[in-house]
Every structure is written in structure tokens, then in C-alpha cells.
Design a protein around this ligand. Structure first.
Ligand code: GLV
Length: 313
């Protein structure tokens, strides 16, 4: 008999089909009354397949008495109650590595778009304003400048490699220095003060909540650019909006927000911010690799084998 797996949110048709081959999939997002649905199917569920945003709360896991494994299609685990999983001996898996390069590409896309004003430039050419009003104002150079990476992990390193290719000097802030060719800063605000661009690639969760606060944003300064491809929770969104509006920060490129999919109106109305609806890993290739890894983690678990990408608890 196929093990019963609860899927929290819709994915691509291919990912769903891949999950349905080895498992009996129960679709939580289609339930009109999720609590009643969980009461009905909960006792049979042995695995959860979820994404980074939905994760797996203690409440959800608590409704599944036979739960053995949570497989997340994301690298970020801030929406998974790891304490609850550990206490109950529930195994957790995520999808690191396969998404690293795409998220780093997105960071660069946002940095370049913000600095070179690609979106307003597109509007200027597209609308005919170029012919009517003439050239747009000059933009900011990226190559040859200095960038700070906040959270030098796998994705941060991939961003750093790209920046090096553009002759951008790289420094970083982590809680502790790590083995790397880049200069370490013990304080995020000191790093921000010394660079032109701050790229946020830190893990989300309580440990990094509000790390990019008003002080860090203002240290980056009126010519600085902030890029966030990590989690909205790492940045004080209100302080960021104020700084962008008041000329205390030049521009920002944001793929993530504090309360997704809500993007505050105050942020949406600013011309000096480039917005993306959390698309860092959202390419056909990477999403297929992530879906495959979710299935392989679940299959390995139910076959009593080592998981390809377990999360140490
Ligand atoms: C996406 O946000 C992820 O955590 O992989």
C-alpha cells in the first residue's frame, strides 16, 4: 500500500504527478474545511510534503499522530517547527544545493535592476516617453564597487562568486567568522557602512529577525542598495520603506517580504524598489530538481534508507 502523504500547497502538475506515483497524496489546500479534513485523513498521514512558506507548524504536525517525516521543497526551514519534530522523532528533509545558483542569479538580477534602473528604463522605452521626453537620468554603476553579504552560506557564496566576476569587492557578516576569502565584519551596521550594496542571504527565523534594522539601513546610506533574497523577516520593512522614501537609501531589490504574499502599498508605490514575488528558486529546471528531491527524501525514508538531504535536528 502506498504511504499517505499530506501536501500543503499546490505545486506544478509534474511535481504533483511525481509525488502521486509512490504515495497516496492528500491535498490540504483543496479542503474547504481544513480542520475537518485533517480530522478525517490525519490518522493515516505518515508524511508531509510542503514548501518553505507553508512549512509545517506544531499545530499541523499535532493533527497527524502517525507523522514520520516532513519533506520541505525549500532550503529555508523557518516555517517548520523543528523543536516539535525533534521531540516527536519526526524526520525533516529540505532541498539545499539544487536551488543555490538560481537564488544567487536572482540576487544579481535584483542588484543590477535596482542599480541600473532596468524597470523604469523598460517603461520609458516601452511607453514612447523616450521619444517624447528624451533620455532618462543616469544610473548607478555596479562593477568595481563593494558589496556586503549578510549570511555567507551556500547562497551567499554563490552571490559572492558572481560579484567577484564583476570586480566587486566582497565582505560579509555572519554570527561568527567562517573559512572564506572575504573580510569578516562582526557587526552588520559596520559592514553596511563600508559597502555600496548589502545582499541579504541569511537564514530566516528568530535568530535573524530584524537584523537589517534602521541603523543598518541608514549605515548603508543614500547611495546604498539593499537586496533581499532570504526572508522578509530579516529586514525591518517599515524602516526600509521610510529610508527609500526619504532618500536615506538609494534603492532596493526585494524577492521576499514580511507577510507574503502581502506587499505593503507604501513599498509598492516607491519608484526606487524592484519587486519580485518570491521567485528566487522559481525556474522550471530548479523546481523540477526540488520536486524530485522531495520525492527521493520521502521514498528513502519509507524504504528505511538514508535520506539524500536530511536536516540535522
Ligand atoms: C525559498 O525561499 C527557500 O527557502 O528555498
Amino acid at each position: 500500500m502506498k504511504p499517505d502523504v499530506l501536501m500543503t500547497r499546490p505545486s506544478t502538475p509534474a511535481a504533483l504527478a511525481a509525488l502521486e506515483r509512490p504515495f497516496r497524496v492528500h491535498r490540504l489546500w483543496e479542503a474547504a474545511d481544513p480542520a475537518a479534513f485533517l480530522k478525517e485523513v490525519g490518522p493515516s498521514i505518515r508524511g508531509i510534503a510542503s514548501d518553505g512558506g507553508a512549512g509545517a507548524s506544531a499545530e499541523l504536525m499535532g493533527a497527524l499522530p502517525r507523522l514520520e517525516i516532513v519533506a520541505i521543497s525549500a532550503v529555508g526551514l523557518d516555517a517548520v517547527d523543528l523543536g516539535h519534530a525533534k521531540a516527536r522523532g519526526i524526520v525533516v528533509a529540505n532541498t539545499p544545493d539544487v536551488l543555490t545558483e538560481d537564488v544567487a542569479d536572482m540576487a544579481l538580477a535584483l542588484l543590477l535592476a535596482a542599480a541600473r534602473e532596468v524597470v523604469p528604463g523598460d517603461a520609458h522605452a516601452r511607453s514612447g516617453a523616450w521619444g517624447r521626453e528624451g533620455n532618462r537620468p543616469l544610473t548607478r554603476r555596479v562593477n568595481g564597487k563593494r558589496a556586503g553579504i549578510l549570511g555567507l552560506g551556500r547562497i551567499g557564496r554563490a552571490v559572492a562568486r558572481r560579484l567577484e566576476a564583476m570586480n566587486v569587492q566582497v565582505a560579509y557578516h555572519n554570527r561568527r567568522p567562517i573559512e572564506s576569502p572575504y573580510i569578516y565584519y562582526g557587526r552588520a551596521s559596520d559592514l553596511a557602512r563600508d559597502v555600496d550594496f548589502l545582499i541579504v542571504t541569511a537564514a530566516g527565523g528568530e535568530g535573524s529577525r530584524g537584523l537589517v534594522d534602521r541603523e543598518v539601513i541608514e549605515a548603508l546610506g543614500p547611495d546604498g542598495i539593499l537586496v533581499n533574497v532570504a526572508r522578509g523577516s530579516v529586514v525591518d520593512e517599515e524602516a526600509l520603506t521610510d529610508a527609500l522614501r526619504d532618500g536615506k537609501l538609494a534603492a532596493a531589490g526585494l524577492d521576499v517580504f514580511a507577510h507574503e504574499p502581502h506587499v505593503p502599498e507604501a513599498l509598492r508605490s516607491l519608484p526606487n524598489v524592484v519587486l519580485q514575488p518570491h521567485m528566487g528558486s522559481a525556474t522550471v529546471e530548479t523546481r523540477a530538481a526540488m520536486a524530485d528531491l522531495v520525492v527521493r527524501n520521502l521514498e528513502a525514508h519509507f524504504a528505511g534508507k538514508l535520506l539524500p538531504t536530511p536536516v540535522p535536528l
